[in-house]
Design a protein around this ligand. Sequence first.
Ligand SMILES: CC(C)(COP(=O)(O)OP(=O)(O)OC[C@H]1O[C@@H](n2cnc3c(N)ncnc32)[C@H](O)[C@@H]1OP(=O)(O)O)[C@@H](O)C(=O)NCCC(=O)NCCS
Length: 294
Amino acid sequence: MTYKVFIDDNFHYGDETERYPHGTFETLDAAIAAAKAVVDDYLENATKQGITPDGLLESYLLFGEDPFIISTDDSESGVLFSARDYARLRCGQLEEQGRAHAIDHWSTNSPVNRPPWSLRRVHAVDSATLSGLADVLIDCVEGGASVSFMLPLTRERALAFWKIVADGVADGERALLVAEDERGVCGTVQLILAQPENQPHRADLSKMLVHRRARRHGVGSALMRGAQAMALECGKTLLVLDTASADAERLYEREGWVRVGAVPGFALLPDGRPCDTVFYYLVVRGADSNSTSK
Ligand SMILES: CC(C)(COP(=O)(O)OP(=O)(O)OC[C@H]1O[C@@H](n2cnc3c(N)ncnc32)[C@H](O)[C@@H]1OP(=O)(O)O)[C@@H](O)C(=O)NCCC(=O)NCCS
């Protein structure tokens, strides 16, 4: 008797066309070790991308690979390996060990492999975070991003904007995520949770900003994935956004967002030139929708 490991993909849960064989093993122990390695690989990579331990399981359930085992003669029935249970176990262990230890474990102890930033959901915005958020907004506007503000954007106006956001976070009307590097806040994204009563399942994704010093290192991508996990935490299953940035369009499409279309001349760039704006949506799939899996 041998054991075959197949891999499904949580992001395409239920779609057997996405399934592929991983290998055939002489013993169940060897098959389980191979299946565990698949889960560990995902958790390792997600940690390197800056997912915090408490967001790791959610991220795995949304995007991870889901190995399962079947025996070739059907003499052993039932679930031989549950990737979700194993991921839950590993995430629990890692949460206990703490993120720093987890990164050490998976980065082969080489500081160069560690992500130089981390993500944090902010429930109460302190003054240092407020100041860092203002710096990021000013940097993005000065870099030409069309994100509601015109040049020149004073620090006072930027701080006033973030104070409104901070109040919204405190009131539960917004959910805020920040990325931080050794110099402080280097990126952010937020969900506007307060919506009309006929759209309780929807949030607007807004102010997706990465400081120019931190771009092109995966911060934007990690923020988008974190925003999805945060949406689920907040009970939101439909996200909508608009953008006037080609860099952002590529990012959103990579992350699975659906392009609705462009409105010509919708907004102004910070220097006053008109720009088109593209609208996107994303249906956020919950971990519960995967609960019947192996
Ligand atoms: C759009 C924005 C948020 C992207 O942030 P980011 O942190 O640079 O995003 P990522 O690093 O995940 O991806 C950016 C690029 O770097 C690449 N990249 C990611 N990690 C990388 C790495 N380690 N090494 C090299 N390239 C990398 C990505 O593949 C992507 O490539 P692409 O330009 O070919 O699409 C950022 O450009 C920004 O803040 N722009 C101004 C504000 C704005 O317009 N926001 C959108 C409002 S809706």
